[in-house]
Write a protein that binds this ligand. Sequence first.
Ligand SMILES: [Ca+2]
Ligand SMILES: [Ca+2]
Length: 585
Amino acid sequence: MPLIHILALLQGVAAISTTAAIRINQLGYLPDAPKVAVFCSVAPIEIGDFIVTEAAGKKILQRPAAIAKSFGPCVANYRLDFSSIRKPGEYRITTGGVSSPIVRIRANAYAGAADTLLYYMREQRSGFNPLFKTVVHTHDGIVVDDSVRSGKFVPVTGGWADASDYLQYVMTSTNATFVMLMAYRDHPGSFADRFDSRGLPERNGEPDILDEARHGLEWLARMFPSDSEMYNQLGDDRDHTYWDIPPNDSADYGWGKGRERPVYPCTGKPQGLFKYKNRSNGLASTAGKYASTFALAATVYRKADPAFAAKLHQKALSAYAIGKKFPGVCQGAPGRAPYYYEEDNWVDDMELAAAELYALTRDRTYLRDALEYASREPVTPWMGADTAKHYQWYPWHNNGHYEIWRNASSADRKIIADYYRQGLTRVISRADNGFRIGIPFIWCSNNLMASFATQAYLYRRMTGDNQFREYEQAALDWLFGTNPWGVSMVIGLPHDGVFARDPHSVVAKEMHVELTGALLDGPVYSSIYKNLLGISLHEADEYAPFNTGFIVYHDDVGDYSTNEPIMDGTANLSYLLAALGNSRH
Ligand SMILES: [Ca+2]
Ligand SMILES: [Ca+2]
């Protein structure tokens, strides 16, 4: 008899085991959703039935656990399907000598969740920062790496710090802004008004998601000030020299500590001021992202703020024209280290831009462009792959397909929906494990997980085809605790759940604040973790028994690969959580 069974018998209750656990979605399950908990044991064990009890202890379901292929540290892996329970309430699952945390089934399990993400977005603000109640990074910035404007000051304070460092990228900030606008457009009822435009806790008559999107838009407008100036990045990894909170960031880029930061334009040529260079060869990846974000914003603000909408409309047209003229990618610029955003695709960005410009102008040239770009990259290339370079295929899922679909003919709709189907099929071909997970565990795996779930959701809404529902739910469940470690990958969701207490963040560490709403990078291949520079755990690993497989996760301030909150990933999750928080999900 396995040891944990013996312990259970001896104690007369479910043993507290460090080697086996039942993992669940801690945020909860919608009544009509698939509901599967996962039993994971790092030691071989055979289990029979699992039991579901109500809070009062009454048994309401007993079923055989379904054995599944082992995954990572989970040598013994079983799926515990309790989908037949639809009655809202609180339950507990028991099997193999262990019990689950409280399982919640409720119609409003996701209500307010998308708004919770915004706490982290506000905390990440550059310019006026509501956590510090002061303006941070006031000297941004000076143009570098441009033969015409090098040395020129451009006023680009604003936007969001990308992660726990303070670099800022148009690439991720456009996507973050776009997704928040899209979430509001499609699910306005999921958002409340509790904060003002500066992010302070006072209602201002605007949904908070639009307060946040507008904060992004205003920075992006500064970063694309005229048709001949398209900027891409603020700061570089010289930022990492000091471990400071934003108001007294000591980074020194040659103009003094805490002074101006470098602004990188898109030049269409490889960039990097030091040893390492990127592979930039065009402008379209950035130009397309500006165009799509401004075009959607122009639609959203058309009635509420016509002057703002008109300005963004014009910028969207200009950016799109630049993307047409200079195809190729404008990548992140490396500094002293070899890590940078290595985006290799741009037709997805131009597709999304064309789709939004069609929605905005009804000029059919844009629709034809959008369909043509879509046919050139029907599947986001990480889908089905075992690995990818850092942010090589970005955004993580192509919202352009869905945006075309909204306004296309029924024949084109079929083609576009099939593009999504192909990508989903490739991912699930790798998902025959107990967690039903098929993404590659590269850096920022949680972004891939959120994007897979979002694409599966969009596909389901577009077609009514439920064939990927189990996998969509599994990816969502993974993010909220159905993973080998039993950790919700969003800090503070749910507030009484198990989530990161020690994220890689100077603000969390020095200010002793919880970074509520932050999505973490997430688990990575153990081979990636072992090979990163300057990484080490600062404390004993509380999840050590579950870090024995091919992927690892550490709740440790020293692990910048798995435990660092990310701005764009957090915003990217807002669409799915808004959709699920909507009563009509
Ligand atoms: Ca508000
Ligand atoms: Ca791209």
